[in-house]
Design a protein. Sequence first.
Length: 338
Amino acid sequence: MNLERFLHDRQPSWDELETMVARAKRRPERLGATGVRRLGALYRKVAADLALARRRFPLDPVVPALEDLVGRARNLVYDTEARRESLVEFFTTGYWRRIRERPVPLLVAASLLFGAGALCFVWAAADPGSAAGLVPGNLRSVTEPRPEGGLGVSMAEGTALSSYIFTNNIRVSILAFAGGILATLGTAALLVYNGLILGVVGGLAVGSGNGPAFFELVVPHGVLELSCIAVAGAAGIRLGWSIVDPGHRPRSVAVVSEARRAVEIILGTLPWFVLAGLVEGLVTPRQPGLTSAVVLGVSLGAVYWSLVFWRGAAPALPPPLLSTASTPTTTAALGPSS
């Protein structure tokens, strides 16, 4: 086949594909079900023409022209993420799906945080002398016995203590996410360390008789904050694991993809930290009592995790018409050329 015959025979298909690409404007659903199927068939034919042109006429201008056309058509055939979420969709659905779509990293993060906390709580209660050396200076008052049977702190002191915990938890969340770039090791270390401090302080507070006052200060905002830390840690683990095991994708592609999802998780978690901060600033200093503090803290945590399981559920299968409009594109593109 010479170049003239090649151009004469194949030009109509190229023109038709060019017209369909222009009509679609980066959204293949605009072509309708029949149009999408035709798009896939034309893409196969023109891709085969490009392969033939590269082999038979490598220096002819028809090769770069076909490369451009096939490239633009390929974006329509294989691109399934053209739709962009609005902020409302993200905060009502997308964020929760991001959390729920990968349960294993979330379970690992929660196990590291709460597992370390539980073990250190038991250790601190059993051996307070050794555990006391790990307590930060501004938390030592919580672990020291008080003759009045409580912490005996003023409203200002209680606010300062809870503010330290709140600020520390936000910092830990951001660092836990960033630590994922160290192949999850940084994230794991931060989660374990934060759980260690929480467990030691709690164990020493209970051992010194300050348990009720400690939980009254921590629980109202702490349940939600610790949930957010676990979620941020899961984002870091996802990012780090994409470096360790990128799967079938190139490592650079896997890291970029997971980094985008991890950032979405962190951004979606920040408003919940703000809510916990409001509870901390408005409720904790008033010392509402242990029962009220526990009810409030558990309720906030229950709301958060209920949204994870409710709003984070996988979307239902699309209606048959949408399936017909989208699926044949990829099927046609993968099928044998004719």
